[in-house]
Unconditional design. Structure first.
Length: 227
């Protein structure tokens, strides 16, 4: 029997194929696996995923409405590059959500939480010495995930931050693209820890928003420094 395509996992549950195809492509767009400027065709995507062209066509049109792809004059689509305005909007929303979340976390954080946060910072610092940016990103993500977990009793806020995280993934390589940007991120986490220790809600919110602002500046510099 012929081998199935390597990515042909979309059909294997009860969710409609068109929905799974859409989610599958969206995840790859937001994670950067489908890169800005990459050309996409129904035929190639259908073969890679292991579905017919119809759900791929529907997914691409839906993703076009969301601004993640745009049609080519000839045939197919192209992955939409991020604009300066998109990045600024994304990080502005993120700073509001995560700033408010940290304010709320002040009275909820435990000593065990502090120990976990410190461990992630130390591991990120060690990864920085090795210039291992993938590990730095992983531990920085765990740091923020731990903070998000402190407001899990606020389902709407938690859901909005989780949704925003999907879009932030698209710029993850831009926010930690150099030793300087990685070092700033780790230093920002140190300041967040100090503010939480002081149990000052306004200070926590202000420092988190500044931390997100610095991440945005790094993403903009990486994306548009040659423009």
């Amino acid at each position: 029997m012929p081998n199935k395509p390597a990515e042909a996992t979309v059909k294997k549950n009860s969710v409609p194929v068109r929905e799974r195809t859409y989610e599958y492509l969206k995840e790859r767009l937001l994670s950067g696996r489908l890169e800005p400027g990459e050309r996409l065709t129904e035929e190639n995507l259908a073969a890679r995923i292991g579905v017919s062209r119809t759900p791929v066509r529907e997914a691409l049109h839906k993703l076009e409405q969301e601004g993640l792809v745009k049609p080519l004059e000839t045939r197919g689509f192209i992955v939409t590059p991020s604009s300066r305005e998109e990045i600024e909007e994304l990080f502005a929303i993120r700073s509001i959500l995560e700033g408010f979340a940290l304010r709320c976390a002040v009275e909820k954080i435990t000593e065990t939480d502090f120990e976990r946060l410190e461990d992630f910072i130390q591991k990120a610092e060690e990864a920085l010495k090795q210039r291992n940016f993938e590990k730095i990103y992983r531990y920085n993500t765990k740091f923020h995930d731990t903070l998000h977990g402190m407001v899990s009793d606020m389902p709407r806020l938690h859901s909005m931050m989780a949704d925003m995280r999907k879009y932030v993934l698209r710029h993850r390589k831009d926010t930690l693209h150099s030793e300087d940007s990685a070092r700033r991120a780790i230093e920002g986490h140190r300041k967040i820890m100090l503010a939480l220790r002081l149990k000052e809600p306004e200070l926590c919110e202000r420092i988190m928003r500044k931390h997100i602002q610095e991440s945005m500046d790094d993403a903009l510099e990486a994306s548009f420094s040659e423009c």
